[in-house]
Design a binder for this molecule. Structure first.
Ligand code: PLP
Length: 355
């Protein structure tokens, strides 16, 4: 289907004001945004506009009842200077899985990808060329109907904004296995990328950071026994030469990097098992020497090597860097930049002249 995306360009780009070697985290935004409205049961008026403030009614339902979802992805430059996207159709699909869970309409997946391509093309000069840096893309959807009352809204906005970013974690990370607060319970919204999940995580994460940790390792809501995921990452362990990662049980996010890591490891001939993992099992594997590596995967971080996990005062210490985690990171970066072959069909190249 061909979508008619209306384009209004900014008069003068602000890209010259950005120091690409010193990008402030999450605070710099490109010149344009993609925006589309949902009214009377349909998505209308897809357009690219100069980035601006959006007038919001104080009764906008997202502000009160939290009907808000988002995605996170990155565009990088390949060695020929062409912008690329990493499996954008997976994010388009996940957005709609999230939308279903909180009673929002689906956004057309083709238009999601077209919107991304148009925005990246028009703002391609904002893609940082430095290794490990990228243009972070934030598609999101929220209820903007002005209404006080508990029901699904009738009006929504779907927007994509873009923010140049430097690598997030450049050192190994320390995790606190959380035994007081929870992120998600069965039947809840853990598998959806809804804003409320992040709201619930902010206070415990601030406490953990205040105590010297980088992120929280979330445990299950009933027994604080099964490992779920880390802050904004999924987690992988290597035990006795086998990779294990928590299975999708409705509580953890179906990470795009998780899927590509599983696919890559299997493609390289490793055994990867998705199953419930207890924190006790990891402690035991650490004590008997069979625990070899642990790393987190997520779009924003790529791969973060884990240095230690604290669980109720007991510390699981990882002596060395994670060679497999490093291999995954190097492969993803290599494929993104086009210096390695895209054997798993991850990449989509964008024509800079599209807009
Ligand atoms: C809670 C949570 N888990 C896992 C991830 C990793 O998902 P992805 O690989 O799609 O970025 C994220 C990041 O979006 C996240 O917010």
């Amino acid at each position: 289907m061909k979508h008619n995306i209306k384009i209004s360009k900014i008069e003068k780009s602000k890209v010259d004001q950005l120091d690409f070697n010193n990008i402030p985290l999450g605070r710099t935004f490109t010149d344009h945004m993609f925006i589309c409205d949902y009214e009377n049961g349909e998505w209308i008026n897809p357009r690219i506009e100069p980035l601006r403030l959006i007038p919001t009614h104080p009764a906008a339902m997202a502000l009160h009842y939290g009907q808000a979802i988002f995605e996170g992805m990155k565009s990088t430059l390949d060695i020929h200077g062409n912008p690329t996207l990493f499996t954008p159709e997976k994010n388009a699909h996940r957005l709609n899985v999230s939308a279903s869970r909180i009673g929002m309409p689906h956004f057309p997946e083709e238009l999601f990808v077209e919107g991304l391509k148009h925005l990246v093309a028009i703002d391609h000069k904002w893609i940082p060329p430095q290794k490990g840096s990228a243009l972070y893309l934030r598609p999101f959807m929220y209820a903007d109907e002005a209404f006080i009352g508990m029901r699904a809204a009738t009006n929504y906005k779907f927007i994509i904004i873009a923010s140049p970013s430097a690598p997030l974690f450049t050192k190994r990370i320390r995790l606190k296995a959380e035994t007081k607060y929870i992120r998600a319970a069965k039947g809840g919204t853990g598998e959806a990328k809804v804003a409320g999940n992040y709201a619930a995580a902010i206070y415990p994460t601030e406490l953990a950071k205040g105590a010297g940790y980088d992120q929280i390792l979330w445990l299950d809501a009933h027994e604080f026994k099964y490992i779920q995921e880390v802050g904004t990452m999924n987690i992988f362990f290597k035990i006795n030469d086998e990779f294990i990662t928590p299975n999708l049980d409705g509580c953890i996010l179906n990470g795009i990097s998780r899927i590509s890591t599983i696919d890559l490891l299997r493609h390289k001939g490793y055994k990867v098992t998705e199953r419930p993992i207890t924190i006790d099992e990891i402690i035991e594997a650490s004590e008997n020497g069979s625990l070899q590596e642990a790393f987190g995967t997520g779009t924003a971080v790529g791969v973060a090597m884990i240095e230690a996990i604290d669980y109720n005062g007991y510390t699981i210490q990882f002596k060395d860097d994670s060679p497999s985690g490093q291999m995954v990171l190097d492969t993803v970066n290599g494929v993104r930049t086009g210096v390695m072959k895209d054997e798993l069909g991850w990449m989509v190249t964008i024509n800079k002249e599209l807009v």
